[in-house]
Design a protein around this ligand. Structure first.
Ligand code: SF4
Length: 234
């Protein structure tokens, strides 16, 4: 296997520093495309990072496993420790009861972020990490303030654990995220994750005459290949 080049050479993101010189970081990860650029930047910045995959929101189970496996594949490539946390979907459904019809970025998403951050913060406390963060914020579909508020709220009960609210989108983060997803041929999910986001994305598509989502078939590289094939045909 060729050696992974995760040096900072070739892109402009400066070397990352943890807020208070923390030596270790517990990074909640939602999926490989969001995590890839962040993991690479952290590795290049020599921040001792452990990935924490806790996403009981993802529905159905096959989708959860696929997103998780993609993330494990990249963590192994970087030699980054990966914690495979519980898929306690029953608790997720219980906690979001009554919020089934909330829009994305609404109250259900706050509940969903709260739950994921709370478990991450608890794991950090129990396992000697004093800093947590999340890859959730790199997506432009998400509300960064909403995510950061949940992160801060989650660490509040745990003395000695802080939340790092770094804006991963800036300084080329968003474009590197896409570039890296293509390079690694990551699975390209087409809905946020929960059954309600799958439902709503499909409703939106159908209302515009588009096909419903076909789960498990789209990969970033394939999308690029299709694009170059189309370009060749023209
Ligand atoms: S839309 Fe996404 S963030 Fe919101 S509840 Fe569903 S999975 Fe969680």
């Amino acid at each position: 296997m060729p050696k992974v080049d995760y040096s900072l050479t070739g892109y402009n993101r400066p070397k990352l520093e943890t807020p208070n010189g923390e030596k270790k970081l517990l990074m909640h990860s939602c999926c490989a495309p969001c995590a890839g650029e962040i993991m690479e930047a952290l590795a290049a910045s020599e921040i001792d990072t452990t990935i924490f995959f806790y996403n009981p929101n993802i529905h159905p189970r096959e989708e959860y496993e696929l997103r998780k496996e993609e993330n494990i594949r990249f963590a192994e490539k970087l030699g980054m420790p990966f914690i495979d946390a519980d898929y306690d979907k029953d608790n997720w459904f219980k906690r979001t009861e009554g919020q089934e019809n909330a829009p994305e970025r609404g109250e259900r998403c706050t509940t969903c972020f709260d739950m994921r951050f709370e478990v991450t913060a608890q794991y950090a406390k129990d396992n000697g990490f004093n800093l947590i963060s999340s890859t959730l914020g790199i997506s432009r579909w998400k509300d960064m303030d909403q995510i950061n508020n949940c992160g801060v709220r989650a660490v509040n009960p745990f003395e000695g654990v802080a939340y790092w609210d770094f804006n991963w989108r800036k300084q080329g983060g968003s474009s590197r995220m896409l570039e890296l997803s293509k390079r690694e041929s990551f699975y390209q999910q087409e809905y946020c994750g929960c059954v309600y986001s799958l439902r709503d994305t499909n409703l939106w598509r159908v209302s515009r005459g588009r096909e419903k989502i076909k789960r498990g078939v789209k990969f970033y590289k394939q999308a690029m290949d299709a694009l170059s094939l189309n370009n060749t045909k023209e």
